[in-house]
Design a protein around this ligand. Sequence first.
Ligand SMILES: Nc1nc2c(ncn2[C@@H]2O[C@H](COP(=O)(O)OP(=O)(O)O)[C@@H](O)[C@H]2O)c(=O)[nH]1
Ligand SMILES: [Mg+2]
Ligand SMILES: [Zn+2]
Length: 307
Amino acid sequence: MKGRVIKSTGSWYIVQTDAGIINARLRGKFKQDDLKLTNPIAVGDYVEVKKEEDQPTSVITDILPRENYIIRKSTRKAHFSHILASNIDQAYLIITLKNPRTSLGFIDRFLVSTESFRIPAMILVNKMDVGYKEKDMEYLQDIKDIYPPLGYPVLEISALHAADLQQQFMPLLKGKTTLLSGHSGVGKSTFLNKIIPEAGQFTQEISKFSSKGVHTTTFAEMFPIENGGYLIDTPGIKEFGILDIGEFELSHYFVEMRKYLGQCRYNNCQHINEPGCVVLQKLEEGYIHPYRYDSYVKILFEEDDRR
Ligand SMILES: Nc1nc2c(ncn2[C@@H]2O[C@H](COP(=O)(O)OP(=O)(O)O)[C@@H](O)[C@H]2O)c(=O)[nH]1
Ligand SMILES: [Mg+2]
Ligand SMILES: [Zn+2]
């Protein structure tokens, strides 16, 4: 029987199947290509499950190939990764202007991870009901200047306003698996609960399945939307991982650089100080935003902090 993993506690998996929601565990080990993962099965995975003989539980016997996934990892070169969620149709990054302020660097890392799988991404600036100082509004203006021209819509919202949110987002969420990401405290869970008011209830029912009733915040959780589709709530993350992206590959995931690639004099150009670099030229001419270039350089040169 096929199903989709909607929650994981590390050792138990909640799987939604045509026959309802079941509790399954993993038997044996799965080969995961070359991925070094701390979790073999992630929320969003499509799996094959089989009922255990003489037991109320089931076993995951196979995992279907992932269309895409988002990982959490400390740096580009860190050795182990944790898949937050897989098989995502679109990703919403929820950010706030203060308490905490989401940095441009964080936004760009997120966009590199979604871009590497061409997952459409949108930035939701939450808590717009709060009064902001001029410097915060300038920051918002930067965000609105930088991202929409690159194809990442920026929407200003307040997760406190349920009716507005439902009206605005239901059509966009319908039939799709949508990932909600962002720092702790930006309002992911609030947003989710406004869109899916039964979410809290759902979590309670689901936790009855997990034998130990463990409540874990290290894993993502997926909630069915009434008219089809899913929202994935993720735990607060410090940084997004960018899985094994080579140094010559990174610029492919900066959409504004991608179109100039192959035009640099050297085909192994890293766009740092090489002569005849078209990316540097476009930066100079103002076609590439200096803040975005800055993020590119930071990601390119970051060190593996696990060594
Ligand atoms: N003023 C205001 N507060 C909000 C808004 N959205 C969330 N919050 C509050 O911010 C805090 C963190 O929200 P939560 O949804 O738990 O954030 P999460 O960690 O991203 O899941 C809570 O106290 C929420 O009530 C908003 O749009 N406006
Ligand atoms: Mg939350
Ligand atoms: Zn170059």
